[in-house]
Design a protein around this ligand. Sequence first.
Ligand code: 5RP
Length: 234
Amino acid sequence: MSTSKTYQPLGLEWNKPITNREAKMQIAQAVAMRVLAGEVVGIGSGSTSFLTVLALGERVQREKLSISVVPTSIEMELACHAVGLTVHSDVPLSIDCCFDGADEIDPSGRLIKGRGGALYREKLVFAATRKRLIVADKSKDVEHLGCKFPVPVEVKPQWVRLAYDRLHQMPHVEQVALRMGLAKDGPVVTESGNLLLDVKLSKITTEDEHALNSIPGVVCIGVFSGFDFERIAD
Ligand code: 5RP
């Protein structure tokens, strides 16, 4: 079919300007070279992961590398298809390696994640993977967790009012907001069909993590702690 219109496969655009693009590109190139032939690769979300998918797609085409991928979000699944990566329709029994971004990293290696809204799927893929890479430029380093970002808490929709009330009763909680859509009326719905409460805490202790995880209806919290990973920075 001949047409004068330009055609770009769906998924090749990021939906906003990418901050620290140069640093993120550098990280993306480095991570794309770390993937080995035959690996099942978990694909994280966020703009750094997006740039990494583009770099990985180029490498796969160039080297005819045989890999398959497990994306953590709808936008990354579209990006993977757009660059020709083989996407698993089901969760495979093992994931060899994964990369994912972070919103904050503290000196002990605890992370805040979930700004992009794919929290639970990100945690599942991260937990299921053998070799974990965190793709995070230096702007993500913080002295203490929670100083820049709220902690996203993914909640079953039917339980959100109860969780909202319980969160307000917790000692270090300063603010709780139901995350709302920008190009859609009403709340953001995650890849797993849940809602997100963004919780601003004055500090985040291990007890706070346990308390957040114990609230009825909470599926997952955006604090990632106790995971081994390698940090790829600029
Ligand atoms: C999405 C995330 C992202 O990995 C995190 O927000 C980093 O994004 P970016 O690479 O755009 O800075 O946790 O849920």
